[in-house]
Design a protein around this ligand. Structure first.
Ligand SMILES: Nc1ncnc2c1ncn2[C@@H]1O[C@H](COP(=O)(O)OP(=O)(O)O)[C@@H](O)[C@H]1O
Ligand SMILES: [Mg+2]
Length: 131
């Protein structure tokens, strides 16, 4: 997405990411109308159906690479621990980061940190982000 400063890029991305709501208009995501959902339902959709890749990674420095990738999955109360562990390792292996699980983000080089951010958003979003 591109355009001059102030044209509404950040606003549109916030609406698409369910962080903000439009004052008018319709937004349907995966076939569901989402512009009028409550806070809890919006959080669930952000956690399970949307992946955010930040320009500045937004990895948490006090958590290891493994813990950073695991964090959003810990918010899914119904996900068994074994499934969570398997998904984290699968995501990290896919981006060539499995050997970094115990490292902290600050000692992982830039391109690897970007991949860590990608792994954290989940499989579907990561594939589409890579094109
Ligand atoms: N569709 C819109 N209608 C009215 N105001 C808007 C709209 N989109 C954005 N704005 C307002 O315009 C300003 C700049 O928007 P912003 O999303 O920060 O632009 P950008 O990220 O492209 O620089 C903000 O005050 C925002 O609330
Ligand atoms: Mg902006």
């Amino acid at each position: 997405m591109s355009g001059p400063s102030g044209c509404g890029k950040s606003t549109l991305l916030s609406i698409i990411g369910l962080l903000d709501t439009p004052t008018a208009g319709r937004y349907s995501l995966n076939g569901k109308t989402v512009e009028n959902l409550d806070f809890a339902e919006r959080s669930r959709i952000r956690n399970q159906e949307i992946g955010f890749i930040f320009q500045s990674f937004n990895l948490i420095g006090d958590l290891t690479v493994y813990e950073n990738v695991e964090l959003p999955l810990t918010y899914r109360q119904k996900m068994p621990t074994a499934d969570r562990k398997a998904r984290v390792m699968e995501a990290l292996e896919r981006v060539g980061m499995a050997h970094r699980v115990r490292h902290y983000p600050r000692i992982v080089r830039w391109s690897a940190a970007t991949r860590g951010g990608g792994a954290r958003v989940g499989r579907e979003a990561f594939h589409s982000a890579r094109g």
